[in-house]
Design a binder for this molecule. Structure first.
Ligand SMILES: *Cc1c(COP(=O)(O)O)cnc(C)c1O
Length: 368
């Protein structure tokens, strides 16, 4: 068998570059609790993401969970089930009730035409997901949120470095939460960030990531521990130097996939959105069995037989998880259900060679 191709491969700097970056930590022995690397990465990310404020956390999940806590919400939160477990879990773990809105069949983000009908007098917030790096219908979400006085927290885990109409994607809503997990476009090994505007929200979030400790003798809230450590922040500083180059390489991979798969009948590719500077985070393909002749599962199996590992991302929908058994009706999100049964994300990372992309596409094009 030819060499394996995994669905993703973490970006890493040269070992020497990382060694240089962490060297001074042996001088100070200050390795966590908002040290110099944490402060420097925070500063650089505020600029890179072109947002007002950034706070750094241990991971994207805690970014979501603690942002919702910092907003002091209660009641129902409208979100989508076509996402990673984290989005829904962050809502439920805050004692909030998720209400699932269906997704758009073209870009897979929240279908805003179905949003308003889900609002009740218990609705407190909207948590939309910029899924695969596809930007939600921001204008419509902001309009509706304003009309009903709802908070908006974007799950921006997939949109590192993107802009919408020239503005940093993290500058919309009350807050946007990023993930810097090893598998994401930009990583700090594990890590995450919250971009926000309101300074008071920022202060509450900062306290919550450090046990709710306000001062040496004052514990103000029931916080968690979600501080990014210095080794992660140092990894971020290194990776940030190369991220533009990484995104440019991803772009070539995506363009090759498009070239090879655009005209194949029965395949729906991710849309190219207007006004969005993309980061080429994922390459999802929807397989319409009736036209293409093969199911998503058959394609995934065939690829795996040849050492190519794709991912059923996102399947299953979060509103069908075992841990929520009996709580939600998946038939209320029929488009999400349809897409989740047919979608496959193909291998995509900066160093994936165009020959490997061709090999993957050959396997798909000649299924028999
Ligand atoms: C990765 C991801 C998260 C969680 O981020 P972690 O850093 O892994 O905790 C949340 N939402 C979405 C959509 C993600 O893809």
């Amino acid at each position: 068998m030819k060499k394996k191709i995994l669905v993703t491969r973490s970006s890493m700097p040269d070992m020497q570059e990382y060694m240089e970056e962490i060297k001074e930590l042996w001088e100070t022995h200050w390795i966590t609790n908002m040290g110099v690397k944490h402060k420097e990465l925070q500063k650089q990310l505020t600029e890179y993401l072109s947002v007002e404020n950034v706070d750094l956390l241990t991971n994207g999940h805690m970014a979501l969970e603690l942002t919702l806590q910092a907003l002091k919400l209660s009641g129902e939160v409208i979100t989508t089930p076509f996402t990673f477990a984290s989005t829904t879990h962050a809502i439920v773990r805050n004692g909030l009730t998720p209400v699932f809105c269906d997704i758009d069949p073209v870009d897979f983000t929240m279908d805003v035409t179905k949003l308003e009908a889900l609002i009740t007098d218990r609705t407190c917030a909207i948590v939309p997901v910029h899924v695969y790096g596809n930007v939600c219908n921001i204008e419509e979400i902001e309009r509706i949120a304003h009309k009903y006085d709802l908070r908006v927290v974007y799950d921006a885990a997939h949109t590192f470095g993107e802009t919408y109409k020239g503005k940093g994607i993290g500058s919309f809503g009350d807050a946007s939460c990023f993930s810097f997990h090893a598998t994401k476009v930009f990583n700090t090994i594990e890590g995450g960030a919250v971009c926000y505007k309101d300074k008071e929200l920022g202060e509450r979030l900062y306290n919550l990531k450090n046990f709710g400790i306000r001062g040496p003798e004052m514990v103000e809230s029931v916080g968690a521990n979600a501080k990014m450590n210095e080794f992660s922040a140092a990894m971020g500083l290194c990776n940030l130097r190369h991220v533009d180059e990484e995104i440019a390489k991803r772009k070539h991979v995506v363009e090759q996939y498009r070239k090879r798969l655009d005209d194949v009948e029965g395949l729906q590719l991710n849309p190219i959105q207007e006004n969005v500077k993309s980061n080429y985070a994922y390459f999802p393909v929807i397989f319409d069995e009736k036209v293409f002749g093969y199911t998503r599962n058959e394609v995934a199996d065939k690829l795996a037989e040849h050492g190519v590992f794709s991912r059923k991302y996102f399947y299953p929908l979060t509103n069908t998880f075992d841990c929520f058994h009996g709580k939600f009706d998946v038939n209320e999100t029929p488009v999400a259900l349809h897409v989740s049964k047919r979608v496959l994300t193909l291998p995509l990372y900066a160093d994936l060679s165009l020959e490997d992309v061709d090999r993957i596409c050959d396997l798909i094009v000649d299924m028999e």
